[in-house]
Design a protein around this ligand. Structure first.
Ligand SMILES: NC(=O)C1=CN([C@@H]2O[C@H](COP(=O)(O)OP(=O)(O)OC[C@H]3O[C@@H](n4cnc5c(N)ncnc54)[C@H](OP(=O)(O)O)[C@@H]3O)[C@@H](O)[C@H]2O)C=CC1
Ligand SMILES: O=C(O)[C@H](O)COP(=O)(O)O
Length: 479
């Protein structure tokens, strides 16, 4: 499987070719900052041609028997599993995700495809009789089914370039749609490879097409393309809001940024809270939308929790993805600068660093900041890096107030042994998901995944994604 490490690669109906002409986009490896490959930068004309081919493919794909579509998806998942090691290598190279998590990402994606293929078979409609409505008779019968939307534009971010591609593509295809995959530039080689595996599995090359190129250059053309019928995007709130402003009368699914809070109450099991907070905050160096991005802890146990968290963080492995380090280099130097500035600004304002502040290029050692206050940027902004602010609160109500004061509303966590109180507090949190006594996280992937406020629009998760990427159609029999 070519990984593009040498020349520019392009994926066409005949498989891999060298880029013939036109612009290329370089993909940089975060570990050494070197170019690890080049991908073709699609021109507007090439985008038009690709979408034209997809529209042709749509005519036969939407008519294909559901069982046949499901079978092709199962075959695609099998290909991912068979190529798990190679795909994981690519993730380590392109986005510096550690080996274990890279393997997990591929397996999770294959599992998602299998599950979606099954769930898609059970997407039933309903029959409505007219006489249930005042003044009507049984002579009118509505047969309500679900039909595809057409061309779905799938745009995943760098942090899960395989999983967040597959969680868009599989439900779209199972629903009878055709897909333009616009992979993130860092993650584009992985995106091309999973597309190639889809072709090898028998999914026609006019049913899914990967369009590579920088989002800044080709993105606006894609999101406002008149023949795109739906956009399913995961990425930053800034880009998501930009897409929402450009895409007119096109259904949108948006998974955006977060600032998930873990509220820890006095009766919490400290060890459990510590373990969940540390793994929630620092896995993949905090580059997860669902990372624990703030701890809100009541004064009574704040010292104890802060010490326990800092001690555990000091044991985290830091370094190369191949060594399975928990904390690896961030995606770019710019991303590291952003995180580093936020840390130093907080310290200058009085936050206390409980771990050493250490940075080597774009590798930032994990940082726990205690005594963070509301006037600090780190209390509100999403760093997407290995820094965890601890904010001390008086009581649970203040925790809920602080959590809800965020512009984001992805997830929240509550640690307490009083499940009744946790449940009542959960009702007050303005987020898509509340975790009781567990870290914030997305999976299992058939659960609904929802962001409120600046964290997104719509619901993902196998069944929810199938529903979002199909629409109702009513055929009325007038007997
Ligand atoms: N809620 C959720 O489920 C998740 C949210 N996120 C959020 O994503 C962010 C990190 O991901 P990151 O990749 O940096 O996010 P970006 O918003 O920078 O990029 C996301 C994707 O959008 C593309 N893109 C950029 N500009 C445009 C445009 N004008 N039109 C269309 N596409 C465009 C990018 O392509 P290119 O790479 O070529 O620029 C990339 O594929 C964080 O804020 C994080 O919270 C991440 C994962 C999950
Ligand atoms: O994009 C993300 O960051 C993921 O959707 C989060 O998934 P995770 O909680 O399983 O890491």
């Amino acid at each position: 499987m070519p990984n593009g490490a040498d020349d520019c690669v392009q994926l066409g109906p005949q498989g891999w070719t060298s880029c013939q002409s036109g612009e290329h986009v370089a993909v940089y490896g975060p570990v050494h900052g070197q170019i690890i490959g080049k991908v073709h930068a699609f021109s507007r004309e090439e985008v038009d041609q690709a979408i034209g081919r997809l529209q042709e493919g749509f005519q036969s794909w939407k008519r294909m028997l559901l069982t046949e579509r499901a079978q092709l998806l199962h075959q695609w998942a099998d290909k991912l599993e068979a190529n798990r090691a190679e795909l994981a290598e690519l993730l380590m190279l392109e986005i510096a995700k550690n080996h274990r998590d890279s393997l997990d990402e591929v397996q999770r994606s294959a599992d998602f495809i299998h599950y979606t293929a099954e769930e898609g078979l059970r997407l039933a409609g309903e029959t409505l009789f007219g006489d249930a409505f005042p003044g009507q008779t049984r002579q009118k019968v509505s047969i309500v089914g679900r039909v595809p939307l057409g061309v779905v534009l799938a745009i995943p971010p760098f942090n899960y370039p395989i999983n967040l591609a597959v969680t868009k593509i599989a439900p779209a295809l199972m629903g009878g749609n055709v897909v333009v995959l616009k992979p993130p530039t860092q993650g584009a080689i992985a995106g091309l490879n999973i597309t190639r595996l889809a072709y090898e599995a028998g999914i026609p090359d006019n049913v899914i097409i990967a369009i590579t190129g920088s989002g800044r250059v080709i993105g606006d053309y894609l999101i406002s393309h008149p023949r795109v019928n739906m956009i399913n995007f995961t990425g930053s709130t800034q880009t998501g809001q930009h897409i929402a402003s450009k895409a007119i009368m096109v259904p949108l699914l948006l998974e955006l940024g977060g600032k998930d809070a873990a509220i820890v109450l006095a009766d919490a099991n400290i060890e459990r809270a510590r373990d969940n907070i540390v793994s929630g905050a620092f896995s993949y160096s905090g580059q997860r939308c669902t990372a624990v991005k703030r701890v809100l802890v009541v004064e009574e146990i704040a010292d104890q929790l802060a010490t326990a968290v800092a001690q555990k963080v000091m044991t985290l492995s830091v370094g190369a993805p191949e060594a399975d380090s928990v904390v690896t280099p961030l995606i770019s130097n710019e991303a590291a600068d952003f995180v580093w500035d936020m840390i130093h600004e907080a310290v200058a304002q009085g936050a206390v660093a409980l771990t050493p502040l250490r940075r080597e290029g774009n590798l930032i050692y994990p940082v726990v900041l205690d005594f963070v206050t509301r006037d600090m940027r780190v209390a509100w902004e999403e760093p997407f890096g290995p820094v965890l602010p601890i904010i001390r609160i008086h009581d649970a109500e203040e925790g809920v107030e602080l959590a809800n004061a965020s512009e984001y509303g992805l997830q929240g966590a509550i640690f307490t042994q009083d499940v009744s109180q946790a449940f009542l507090l959960a009702e007050e949190l303005d987020v898509g998901t509340v975790q009781i006594n567990g870290k914030t996280s997305r999976g299992p992937d058939h659960f609904p995944f929802v962001g409120t406020k600046a964290s997104g629009m719509g619901a993902q998760g196998v069944r929810y994604s199938l529903l979002a990427m199909t629409r109702l159609k009513s055929t009325v029999l007038n007997l």
